[in-house]
Design a protein around this ligand. Structure first.
Ligand SMILES: Cc1ncc(COP(=O)(O)O)c(C=O)c1O
Length: 385
């Protein structure tokens, strides 16, 4: 089976017939295997906190919770989804540059570890707390080792975290807090990175930053949160992340920082959710326009907006038709020429043909512009196989 697609052609066809199109289908066995492979490669002192923003489907959350995952949330809605899992306190994190008071109150009530992104998070938590509260400080580093990555955004101005150069002033101010104590560091500095050496260089730089803060300010870190960013292949010629190399590299990093006795946190979203999902949509019409052959599908950026946001195309196959050599531009049904899912080389298509887009388990439906044009919201099918 093609590893870029969680289901084979026969299963895709059966799912489309049973649930209608367009729809998303998620494979429990692929999600489980991905989590277990990553867990097995990592040192015991690394905790996996699934980034709910990648895909908050309740069955996927239950699947990861059952495998021992912690969870990284970014809103009160995501906190509520994780609360519904009934986990013990201490398994949930909350990051985000604009946390409202009600969200911080919810985090406190749930015993969630907050990634404080500035003075306001610290002060609001301090005012809300009844007893001591440990938080992590999110820092926007002065280094950028994932250059050119539009998601990370480089070393320029950022809405996220405290600028590294402003940390000393913030720590001085934080000394006045009654309840809140900074006991961890959070830095998110990579996105869709499949190169283990690059990821390790970024994580090494974060540990060096933590060491500098520890030495200069006596901060005792219980946790260093390295954020997400573990990459996956979206095309047959893209090599997957070398998990063994990554895991050994993290062990080496921990060994080279004997001052740090706490745990590392990883918050992968794409890596854990992406491979389990397939988006199924039929061709509505074929249109040739000035030398370009369009396949206009039942869904577009209302269901998958990543290609527009980042240029990241998903792998596509024509179900039951095999390979082909015709170039197509895949368009959606929305009344905007922004509605493109990318270009693909496919066999000759006709209305009614079923296309499958792989790796759509992360940053798929929950990120799309589902409300625009009021098309019906596609089904999401959890396949226990
Ligand atoms: C704080 C935080 N953690 C984790 C993630 C997940 O990133 P990825 O899907 O690249 O692993 C994100 C993504 O935006 C994030 O903002």
């Amino acid at each position: 089976m093609n590893p870029l697609f969680a289901f084979d052609d026969a299963t895709c066809r059966a799912l489309a017939e049973a649930h209608g199109t367009p729809c998303f289908a998620y494979s429990a066995s692929v999600a489980r295997a991905g989590f277990q492979a990553l867990r097995a490669a990592l040192p015991a002192r690394v905790r996996l906190a699934y980034a709910v923003k990648a895909n908050p489907h309740p069955a996927l959350l239950r699947c990861f919770a059952g495998l021992g995952a912690s969870f990284d949330c970014a809103s009160i809605g995501e906190l509520a989804r994780v609360e519904a899992l009934g986990l013990p306190p201490g398994r949930t994190f909350f990051a985000g540059p604009g946390k409202r008071e009600a969200e911080l109150a919810k985090a406190l009530e749930m015993g969630v570890r907050v990634q404080a992104e500035g003075w306001e998070d610290l002060a609001r938590l301090d005012a809300l707390a009844a007893g001591e509260v440990a938080v992590n400080l999110r820092v926007h580093p002065a280094f950028d080792l994932d250059e050119g990555n539009r998601i990370i955004g480089g070393t320029g101005p950022s809405a996220f975290g405290v600028d590294e150069e402003d940390v000393p002033a913030l720590l001085a101010r934080a000394a006045s807090l009654r309840h809140v104590r900074i006991r961890g560091l959070h830095v998110f500095a990579a996105s869709n990175q499949r190169d283990a050496a690059k990821l390790l260089a970024i994580h090494g730089a974060v540990l060096d930053l933590a060491k500098r803060l520890h030495e200069a300010h006596g901060l005792a870190f219980e946790q260093i949160d390295l954020g997400g960013g573990l990459g996956i292949a979206y095309a047959p010629d893209e090599a997957p992340l070398d998990l063994a190399r990554f895991g050994h590299g993290l062990s080496d990093l921990l060994a080279s920082h004997p001052w740090f006795a706490g745990e590392l946190i990883l918050e992968p979203g794409r890596f854990l959710a992406g491979p389990c999902g397939v988006y199924l949509a039929r061709v509505v019409r074929i249109k040739e326009s000035r030398g370009v052959r369009f396949a206009i599908l039942e869904g577009g950026i209302n269901h998958l907006i990543r290609p527009l946001l980042t240029g990241q195309a998903f792998p596509v196959t024509a179900v039951g038709k095999g390979g082909g050599d015709l170039p197509y531009t895949l368009a959606g049904p929305l009344c905007t020429s922004l509605d493109r899912l990318g270009d693909a080389v496919l066999p000759e298509l006709a209305p009614g043909d079923l296309l499958a887009l792989g790796r759509t388990g992360a940053y798929g439906l929950n990120e799309g512009m589902t409300h625009f044009l009021s098309h019906p919201v596609p089904a999401e099918v959890w396949v226990e196989a």
